[in-house]
Design a protein around this ligand. Sequence first.
Ligand code: SAM
Length: 361
Amino acid sequence: MSSQDAVLTKFREYTLGPLRFMNLLSCFELGIVDSLREDTGGGLTAGRIAEKAGVTPAAAEQLLHLLVKEDFVSFDESASTYALDGLRDLTGEDLARVIPWMNMVKEVCLRQLYHLSDSVRTGSVVGLKELFDFDGNFYEASTRYPELQASWGSMMDQVTDFIDPWFYDQLDVGKDTKILDLAGNTGLGAILAYRHKGAQGTGNLQVTCFDFPEKEAEARENFRKHGVEEHCSFVGGDVFQGLPKGYDTVMIKHFLDMFDQENVYRIFQSVHDALEVGGQVQVLVPIYPEDVKASNAVDFFPAYMLGCTMAQGGPQKISTYEQWMEACGFKVTKAISQDISTMPPDVIPVHGIICGTKMAS
Ligand SMILES: C[S@@+](CC[C@H](N)C(=O)[O-])C[C@H]1O[C@@H](n2cnc3c(N)ncnc32)[C@H](O)[C@@H]1O
């Protein structure tokens, strides 16, 4: 293939991406995939699938063409029936990882990215203004619009559930430690930190979730549901207005990538101000690999950060985060990246852990 044809082929794939995406997701939303999963009779006609989905047989047939092309579903020409093919191989765990991402991309990304160029030009999330008449970033908007919180929150909890055990395995916790989970959302990180570390001879481990005050009710309800109210608490605030003092360790998970360098420095400065000398900062953050071509993260984060959530930010290389942490008065004690070869192929972000100790100035 000539290099011109190779580029044109890529353009074709990019153009088709959003249409394929919605075709596949609709097959889940309409219950077409569920009907096929539940079928024990060796195949269903388009008519039967359509009846269950409440759509016309012609529309069901149209949507199924792509799934047949992709070998997700098979079509038996002689019986005119459909059955699961590749989709049969996906476990419940696979779907629990993949579907929240697809829902989030539909709810949070598709509409807002129509305005990506304007968001980049203006440095504001124009999609939120156009769609919700909202001035501010996505995280502020998500406290106001439950549908945004629901789709984004399920994806975020799934990422937290999936990635964070690796982080907690590395988390250094002494006896009677007080941890602040900076930007801890609705408390899942605090609960997981306590669950992973509380039983390891850590004495009276206390984990406080710090996030916007609007998250407090849901966080407290989560602590109650998980029976960890004795060990997990919530403090509302804005990191740019300062952090509460009295903590030994500050965890910062899935947060620094939301900001440009200047604001990452302000966050590190807030943490530095809140900690005593010797206090720890332990960061979990999506990163770009040193070789940008070895990553799917650059396919996702620039458009997501600039057009959907913050109109700034995006991950950095781990070496950059190390430099930034050191520049803000910490001695970096650990910097490691996830091993991509151990991750399922659908997983988009690759994370790094960077830890530091506050040095005497
Ligand atoms: C990507 S989420 C990460 C949530 C959590 N750390 C985790 O690991 O799942 C970013 C969180 O930052 C919070 N946030 C955004 N800006 C903030 C600010 N200025 N001060 C405190 N929290 C903030 C949002 O409300 C949201 O819960």
